[in-house]
Design a protein around this ligand. Structure first.
Ligand code: HXC
Ligand code: NAP
Length: 286
């Protein structure tokens, strides 16, 4: 699995990635660095950020600024923006990637548990969007937002209801601002990934025997999980000037998982060739 874009596709750009020290955020950030961008990674745990920044710099030769930030706190986001500008001059893009999630029957959730996911995912994303957007508008700078949602942002999903509500809100904000802020040269797009293995997601969403019972691999027509580089390729394209005319789009990257789940007769895959032969004979007899 290799990188898709030209070597200098993001040269001169500074991109902030929330949740950029772990999982998918880190993989996308690493590819941005390989394409010449400066990277700012922001999340809650400073020791995790510092370790990731050192490793990413060693792996790519690029520049990484780690800034601790709880995206639920607007003033902490303003601090990330100020630190990023102090180090790199200006900001070109924000990848709203940080999230919180876990599985639970909804009736077992406390209102605090509902709050925590909505606050990280929806409030955190609109906080960052508002702060970065106002900054770009005030300074008459162009900018690009890329928001990570999920395929259940539009289908909904039981057992992750706070996350589904929050991701649907982000999807709506993405499309709304694509229209409203285009006049300021600010683009807004989103990616809806299916399952891409990460420690953070797997331990919360497919713990223990749950993984056997709802093996996500069985739901994916391509019979494999996504590779991080495949997602990074798409994210880098949407952050780059190659996608300058793409605005208000959400791109699904899930191996066909959600349409497979939605198609009325897709379960007929379980019918064997022998059974089809039998059905054909029965039909011929009539
Ligand atoms: C029910 C739970 C719970 C669980 C926490 N709570 N975990 N309730 N089931 N599994 C409740 C707690 O009891 C508490 O309510 C409230 O939620 C806050 O919990 P805390 O542990 O105090 O919160 P905090 O330490 O801030 O941690 C936040 C978190 C945690 C969201 C709970 O998981 C986290 O830090 N996550 C960040 C990373 C992450 O989630 N990554 C996965 C993203 S994957 P009470 O009432 O007791 O006070 C993803 C993929 C989607 O989004 C698509 C996949 C295909
Ligand atoms: P992950 O590694 O757990 O990433 C989540 C990140 O968010 C962590 O780095 C975490 O860092 C950060 N974060 C959480 N709360 C925060 C807060 N309040 N402020 C700042 N940062 C916070 O999980 P992942 O799988 O890579 O998920 C990344 C994104 O992809 C998420 O938006 C997720 O919904 C989406 N997604 C993932 C999958 C998948 O299969 N993996 C599928 C669809 C969508 P701290 O805890 O240190 O703050």
């Amino acid at each position: 699995m290799s990188g898709m874009l030209k070597d200098d596709a993001l040269k001169g750009k500074t991109i902030i990635v929330t949740g950029g020290a772990t999982g998918l955020g880190r993989s996308m950030g690493k590819y941005f660095l390989e394409l010449g961008a400066n990277l700012v990674i922001a999340s809650r745990k400073m020791e995790v950020l510092e370790k990731a920044a050192a490793e990413l710099e060693a792996e790519t030769g690029g520049k990484v600024l780690p800034v601790s930030c709880d995206i639920r706190k607007y003033d902490q986001i303003e601090n990330v923006i100020a630190e990023a500008e102090a180090k790199f001059g200006s900001i070109s893009g924000v990848l709203n990637n940080a999230a919180g999630n876990f599985i639970s029957p909804t009736e077992r959730l406390s209102h605090r548990a509902f709050d925590i996911v909505i606050d990280i995912v929806l409030r955190g994303t609109y906080n960052f969007t508002l702060a970065a957007g106002k900054n770009w508008i005030n300074k008459k700078q162009a900018g690009t937002f890329l928001n990570i949602v999920t395929t259940y942002a539009w289908t909904g999903s039981g057992y992750v209801v706070p996350s589904a509500c929050a991701k649907a809100g982000i999807l709506s904000m993405t499309r709304s601002l694509a229209s409203e802020w285009a006049k300021y040269n600010i683009r807004s797009n989103a990616i809806a990934p299916g399952p891409f293995p990460t420690e953070g997601a797997w331990k919360r969403l497919f713990p223990g025997e749950v993984a056997e019972q709802i093996d996500p691999l069985k739901r994916i027509p391509l019979k494999r999980f996504g590779e991080h580089q495949e997602l990074a390729n798409l994210a880098a394209y949407l952050m780059s000037d190659y996608s300058a005319y793409v605005n208000g789009e959400v791109v699904t990257i899930d191996g066909g998982e959600w349409v497979h789940g939605a198609g009325e007769f897709n379960g007929l895959e379980a019918v064997t060739p022998e059974m089809w032969d039998m059905l054909e004979k029965m039909r011929a007899k009539k």
